[in-house]
Design a protein around this ligand. Structure first.
Ligand SMILES: Cc1cc2nc3c(=O)[nH]c(=O)nc-3n(C[C@H](O)[C@H](O)[C@H](O)COP(=O)(O)OP(=O)(O)OC[C@H]3O[C@@H](n4cnc5c(N)ncnc54)[C@H](O)[C@@H]3O)c2cc1C
Length: 425
């Protein structure tokens, strides 16, 4: 069997998870992939390895699809693109743009694989933007038997909503079809030091001010340190940027002086650029390193946003020494069974932490207790300590999802320690 096992990382991007897999395989054809799956008793895929927990790991064979051909097929009539399972947003975004198309939204890093991001419910921001998995209209998947199946929104209807955020539990996705929109230009508008009181009293106005808005805060001095607006430009022409916004002040890129400028997308306010150079935080041309980064994120109903943020703010002193930044983003409700925004407009409260594991072990339960009244849904790909029953309670369709897993993978080949925590059977 031809494979390139030496090229697969033995740990995740953040280096806090050492994969326990016995074998690492990088098939170069679908037939090889099918054979590996057929003959493995336990198997999983790792995408870019950007998840912060052991969701991608397995005790058996860990696969990477980076060895498969990288191909983007654009269907102009249906405004869709079919790409291969190992491809990242970096691989596809410039190609889509060149063909006159775009994706409706992106997360903060295009370095993840498309399917790895979708599997954990990855999202960007924007009151009217849904999570990235909502862009998926079809999947090609190898199931536990090694059979190649074609799944689609059109053919599978409501069941398809259980397949696009599936935590890698249904099989290995070899192709993904994504909905496209016409290519668009955007501009950044970056403000500094928004009074926290203004965020609380005018949250809807702030988050609805542009196509995608996110807020960054270290929870100190009653200030929201950053307001990042990504404005869609209808005719591609930049529009004038206001010098202040609800008492926050327009700033340039000096705030990002600690970042090498090729690593981030933020350059100047009010300068038009392609969607894929404005929506993410990290630049497609830059490398990003993970040793000093840990992340957690909790999603609450939009109506609970202010109460939940107030509860987090009350913990500011306790997290001051190990928080890098909190990012607050919004998502529109969807019907995807395991989506963090399932049937509710949602607010994501994200935390980038310094890698102080002792502090995090103690603090995450405290944070989760403070958020408990709001039934927080944890990001599937980040760090959390919520018990399984608290997580299951947030997902009314979890039993239906379990039935889907039993159908696709009756022997539990794709199950790992992570999935066994949350899924029964
Ligand atoms: C710097 C950084 C920034 C981030 N920003 C955001 C953000 O803005 N928004 C957000 O929501 N999240 C964010 N995340 C989290 C990240 O998007 C998720 O962890 C995502 O799942 C990582 O994608 P990946 O390709 O690395 O997948 P992995 O972490 O490698 O895998 C994730 C899951 O997908 C499964 N999987 C991967 N490929 C396949 C396949 N072909 N078939 C079946 N299953 C598969 C894996 O088995 C695993 O279960 C960020 C992470 C980092 C490190």
């Amino acid at each position: 069997m031809t494979h390139k096992s030496h090229q697969i990382a033995r740990q995740n991007w953040a280096t806090n998870i050492q994969f326990q897999a016995q074998r690492f395989e990088m098939p170069t054809t679908i037939e090889q992939l099918q054979e590996i799956i057929h003959f493995s008793s336990k198997v999983r895929v790792v995408g870019a390895g950007h998840s912060f927990n052991d969701i991608a790991d397995t005790s058996g064979t860990l696969l990477s699809l980076f060895g498969l051909n990288k191909q983007v097929d654009i269907d102009r009539d249906n405004q869709s693109a079919t790409i291969q399972g190992g491809m990242t947003y970096i691989d596809i975004a410039p190609l889509l743009d060149k063909a006159g198309f775009a994706l409706a939204n992106l997360s903060s890093t295009p370095h993840t694989t498309v399917i790895g991001a979708c599997m954990t419910g990855t999202h960007g921001s924007g009151d009217h933007n849904k999570i990235l998995a909502d862009q998926v209209s079809a999947l090609e998947i190898v199931n536990a038997e090694g059979e190649l199946l074609q799944l689609s929104r059109e053919r599978h209807g409501e069941q398809f909503n259980g397949m696009v955020v599936a935590l890698g539990g249904l099989g290995v996705v070899t192709k993904v079809t994504l909905d496209l929109v016409p290519s668009y230009q955007m501009q950044h508008e970056i403000y500094r030091n928004l009074p926290q009181a203004n965020m609380e009293s005018r949250f809807d106005e702030i988050m609805g001010d542009a196509y995608s808005v996110s807020l960054g805060t270290r929870w100190q001095d009653n200030l929201v340190n950053l307001v990042l607006k990504r404005r869609k430009l209808e005719n591609g022409e930049p529009i004038p940027v206001e010098p202040s916004f609800l008492e926050s002040t327009l700033i340039g890129t000096e705030l990002f002086a600690n970042y090498a400028m090729d690593r981030i997308t933020f350059r100047e306010n009010g300068v038009a650029g392609p969607w894929y150079e404005r929506l993410p935080f990290f630049n497609i041309r830059g490398e990003i390193m993970g040793e000093n980064e840990r992340q957690s994120e909790y999603f609450v109903h939009r109506d609970d946003a202010i109460d939940a943020l107030t509860a987090v703010s009350a913990l500011s002193d306790q997290m001051a020494s190990f928080i890098k930044i909190t990012e607050i983003r919004t998502m529109a409700a969807d019907n995807i069974w395991l989506s963090p925004a399932y049937e509710q407009d949602s607010v994501g409260i994200h935390f980038s932490w310094l890698p102080d594991h002792q502090a995090l072990d103690q603090f995450l339960p405290v944070l989760e207790k403070a958020l408990a009244p709001f039934n927080p849904r944890p990001h599937w790909g980040k760090m959390f300590t919520l018990p399984a029953e608290a997580v299951r309670k947030c997902y009314p369709k979890i039993q239906k999802f379990e039935s889907l897993v039993a159908e696709f993978d009756p022997e539990g080949k794709f199950k790992n320690d992570y999935l066994n925590q949350f899924l029964s059977g």
